[in-house]
Write a protein that binds this ligand. Structure first.
Ligand code: PMP
Length: 284
């Protein structure tokens, strides 16, 4: 496949990065994944706004304008013909001559972008939807989970805990038993006519799918949509649980930590939410 590295497009096999890159040595960088279906980007502006915020948090100068980022995404989509793509963008602090923790002030960021094929986006159809069974673990990551850092080992270890039990994701709770997010997704629950997701803070990533789902539900549905804290006991007693991410969209969860959610089947509110999301996701 064709990739982008530091201003040039090239076959992936030709993309070379120094082993002294701080992305490699420290995980010192920020990344994004933007879905692209038939060359249409989902949530492009908020994805780039989050990238900009993450770079500012690490004091890395954003190397490109929003328009330049859009050009990179669309050029990669042109050069990689698959209709359903994830576009991965990665900015590391760059390559230094030594390995030293302090930020060097004379290096240029390394910018790498590639595409990967994703499944066709989920359709609002209970008979075709993938029902997720997930693990439930205490969140043992760091306290800057709002930063989309390339240092993902905490997330990787939590994902692996579920994966080795044959599960597709791991939902996380903090020391107060409050749900934060999942290892690579945000979390929603449904109680009757109410849809809840944890409020944004340093314990979770401000997911773009989360943002778009909240927006679509508030604009086009009658559900009572709340950003509120809830505990793992509340989650286990909910009628429905969903996890959201750019590649999964809204994924229905039927089992958490070995407990069935609701009646153990995909819920009706999921169906309504995914139908609205499928219809309106390209708005931005
Ligand atoms: N939380 C974490 C920890 C993630 O890694 C991700 C993205 N994979 C999400 C939430 C969902 O974010 P988005 O909807 O922007 O993909």
């Amino acid at each position: 496949s064709q990739v982008f590295l530091n201003g040039d497009y090239m076959p992936m096999a030709d993309a070379k990065i120094s082993p002294m890159d701080r992305g490699f040595l420290f995980g010192d960088g920020i990344y994004e994944v933007i879905p692209c279906y038939d060359k249409k980007l989902v949530g492009f502006k908020p994805h780039i706004a989050r990238l900009t915020d993450g770079l500012a948090a690490l004091e890395i100068a954003n190397p490109y304008t929003e328009q330049q980022w859009r050009d990179i995404c669309l050029t990669l989509a042109d050069q990689n013909p698959e209709p359903n793509l994830g576009i991965y963008l990665h900015v590391s602090r760059g390559t230094d001559s030594k390995r030293y923790h302090a930020y060097p002030d004379d290096i240029k960021p390394t910018v790498y972008a590639f595409t990967f094929e994703v499944p066709t986006p989920p359709v609002a159809d209970i008979s075709k939807a993938k029902a997720y069974k997930v693990a439930l673990e205490q969140d043992l990551r760091w306290q800057h989970c709002n930063i989309k850092s390339t240092a993902l080992l905490g997330n990787v270890m939590h994902f692996q805990q579920g994966y080795k039990k044959g599960l597709n994701e791991t939902i996380l709770y903090n020391q107060q038993d409050e749900i934060t997010e999942a290892s690579s997704s945000n979390v929603f629950i449904v109680e009757g006519n109410t849809i809840k997701t944890p409020p944004l803070d340093n314990q979770l990533l401000p997911g773009i799918t989360r943002l778009l789902v909240l927006k679509v539900l508030r604009q086009f549905s009658e559900f009572d949509v709340q950003e509120v804290t809830f505990t793992k006991e509340t989650l286990l007693a909910a009628d429905e649980v969903w996890i959201t991410s750019s590649t999964k969209e809204i994924a229905p969860v039927i089992e958490v930590g070995g407990h069935a959610i609701g009646d153990g089947t995909i819920g009706k509110v999921w169906l309504a939410a995914q139908a609205l999301f499928s219809q309106y996701k390209f708005e931005e």
